[in-house]
Design a binder for this molecule. Sequence first.
Ligand code: CO
Length: 266
Amino acid sequence: MKSAQEAILIAAFGTTISHAAEAYKRFDAAVKARFPGREVRWAYTSTIVRKKLALRGDAKESVGEAVSRLAGDGYRNLSVLPLQVIPGVEFHLIRREVSAFLQATEAGGVTVRVGDPLLSGYDEAVRVARALISDVPKERKSSDAVVFMGHGSRRHPADLFYVALNSILKEKDPLAFLGTVEGHPTLDDIVKKCKAAGCTKAWLIPFMAVAGDHAINDMAGDGEDSWKSILEKAGIGCTPVLRGVLDSPGVRDVWLDHLADIVSRK
Ligand code: CO
């Protein structure tokens, strides 16, 4: 297999926030360093993000569009890495777009493999938990809570991955809590447990690929519905950390290993 015919497609949710897009660029560099000699392209799964960026003259492709164009450009061996955290709605959208492409006649002779999302089993969850704990700022005191904000999903059973990761985190650090914006565990759960544990301070850290809109507004924002405001109202002072897990070396390596599982070996 000539590497000139191989390509990697990174399928991210997408972001309109330039600071968050910088984290995608750093991940792009890490992919190119680990898998040299391959074409590396990106697709954004979010239609809303793609529309907003297109209005700014920064058009991005969907997974279906990117895969078709790679095939049109002569790439025959495609590896798609989902930058999703759980095998939920976005991940299955990627799978569907790839299946639709493979069923179309123009796909003749093209192989497309889709990798696993970040959390795809117990071993990854343990690696991720370890990385999350080791990335907590060193200034944290042992009596401070650490609250990670994941996305969550009320629309998909893979929401349970967050519940599982939360319990694995707890084994490593009794004052580490994982909550989600749109699923389980909820912030209410965390507030109750922080108060029961007597915590008066919490570090707020995104458990999302990048520190985008949810991290900036729903986690660290000044609005009365933000996690920071709700925790502070409950008497728990907050220090937000605006860094996504793509910038955590330990978490990044799990994604890169998932890519290594699907790229062809020479
Ligand atoms: Co969202």
